[in-house]
Design a protein around this ligand. Structure first.
Ligand code: GLN
Length: 486
């Protein structure tokens, strides 16, 4: 499968046009969608028009932007003006945003060619994409398995070669966990590095947009195109955006040599699949053989991440989702006799079971009498988790652990077990609570042939070192060259 650089080369040498490349991907989408259902909406007219604009720019001898002609999928919780943005929910099934998300504007000006909007768990709540009210997405490595979630559509689309890159949003692991399940690269940037303006809000102190790609280099180029300050997002960070891709040294001995890598002790305990453990330990030994210094690092409060998240995230969600009342926009029950019953019936019919569960947990823990015991306590524990990370980064450059405790599971096997499903994000959630950048890259396969992901975490705004170390590992191993046979 072609990388961003290869496609750029193909375009600038006029070997093929952007339109031909777009058509090729659209044909692949046509062929694979009956099996994968990665997309909620496929947008051939938009793709062809955007590709034509790139071809015109090439003909005029213009300088090409970073993602010129690159087929891209957009998670369907990011607004594209005039195009349905369903958020995987009946509530927004017919919602056509009158405005554009900053991520959309940035990708447009970077020249990316949008082939469609990808499927997700309803309002990005879930770990398997099975909570989507629109479609069931399959894992390209074995279509009986889930792609992970909530950005399962984006992960499956990139793994299946339906697009080269795709956007994801990660509140508790929704980029990294599906990347791990589908054997691709998924990067959650530092909180605030990529604008959230126009991303449908789930839990605003945790939500972050980031890239899916087939390689660390592609993820670095993609991140460079979407990062940066946005006055329309009040949590946006005013920081310089380095040329991340230029920091990836082709001399692989240099990318790992002398780097201090901390293995998080607590992530290797109970519940970790033995095949995942073996693959991750091998990956760590490999990095050591490449000159990295490996340390055991204890983050004792890491294990409180999951319960803390399931107080804070539903609290914020219950507030954010209060706006779906049938009045302003989105679904409305038209058969109710009174205003109150219209509110009730709209929310009863418009939201799925998992979203309702989160709203109920959130309103409960925020209610008078419970606020201090749950919400306030969770905020305090969040600070302790941040402190564990701060201490760790005084000693090491990068932390490593498995991305998820298991590989992809069979569709339907956890839908009746919400707690089992929540455990999928055990190792990714603390990273969101601390606002840190984290990446998942492929590091092996289990005996069923399903991919295993390695998670690396760096300090705030240290995407540079995170990308360098993951690039060094990726390029000195073969895992990223494997593709599903579909
Ligand atoms: N799976 C987690 C949840 O259900 C994380 C979701 C996300 O990152 N959007 O909340």
């Amino acid at each position: 499968m072609l990388s961003i650089k290869q496609i750029r080369h193909t375009l600038t040498t006029k070997e093929r046009s952007a339109k031909e490349i777009a058509q090729e991907f659209l044909e692949r989408i046509d062929r694979l969608e009956p099996q994968l259902h990665s997309f909620v909406t496929v947008t051939p007219e938009v793709a062809i028009a955007q590709a034509q604009a790139i071809d015109d720019a090439i003909a005029a001898g213009e300088e090409l932007p970073a993602l010129a002609g690159i087929p891209m999928g957009m998670k369907d919780n990011m607004c594209v003006k005039g195009m349905p943005t369903t958020c995987g929910s009946k509530m927004l099934q017919n919602f056509v945003p009158p405005y554009e998300a900053t991520i959309t504007t940035k990708l447009r000006s970077a020249g990316a060619v949008m082939v469609g909007k990808t499927n997700l768990d309803e309002f990005a709540m879930g770990s398997s994409t099975e909570n989507s009210a629109i479609a069931l997405t399959a894992n390209p490595w074995n279509t009986e398995y889930v792609p992970g979630g909530s950005s399962g559509g984006s992960a499956a689309a990139v793994a299946g070669g339906e697009c080269v890159i795709a956007t994801g949003s990660d509140t508790g692991g929704s980029i990294r966990q599906p990347a791990s399940f589908c054997g691709v690269v998924g990067l959650k940037p530092t909180y605030g590095l990529v604008s959230r303006f126009g991303l449908v809000a789930f839990a605003s102190s945790l939500d972050q947009i980031g890239p899916f790609a087939r390689s660390v280099e592609d993820a670095a180029i993609f991140l460079g195109a979407i990062a940066g300050y946005d006055p329309r997002d009040s949590t946006s960070i005013k920081a310089d955006v380095p040329d991340y891709a230029a920091l990836l040294t082709p001399d692989l001995t240099q990318s790992l040599k002398g780097k201090k890598i901390g293995v998080i002790t607590e992530t290797f305990g109970e519940g970790l699949d033995s095949e995942v453990e073996v693959a991750v330990r091998k990956a760590i030994a490999h990095m050591e053989s490449m000159g990295a210094e490996v340390y055991e690092i204890s983050c004792p409060r890491f294990r409180y991440g999951l319960p803390t998240y399931y107080i804070i995230a539903p609290s914020e969600a219950s507030a954010n989702l209060a706006r779906y009342d049938g009045v302003k926009y989105g679904f409305r029950d038209k058969n109710s006799a009174t205003l109150l019953s219209m509110y009730e019936n709209t929310r009863e019919q418009g939201f799925g079971a998992e979203v309702k569960r989160r709203i109920m947990i959130g309103t409960y823990v925020l209610s008078a009498g419970y606020y201090d015991a749950y919400y306030l306590k969770a905020q305090k524990v969040r600070t302790l988790i941040v402190q564990d990370f701060q201490k760790a980064f005084e000693q090491v450059d990068v932390l490593v652990c498995p991305t998820a405790p298991t590989t992809a599971f069979k569709a339907g096997s956890k839908t009746e077990d919400p707690l089992g499903m929540y455990l999928s994000d055990l190792m990714t959630i603390p990273v969101n609570l601390a606002g840190l950048p984290g990446i998942s890259i492929p590091c092996g396969f289990d005996s069923k042939g399903m991919p295993i992901g390695l998670q690396m975490i760096s300090n705030v705004l240290r995407e540079d070192v995170l990308l360098q170390v993951s690039y060094g590992y990726e390029q000195s191993t073969q895992w990223h060259q494997q593709s599903p046979n579909i």
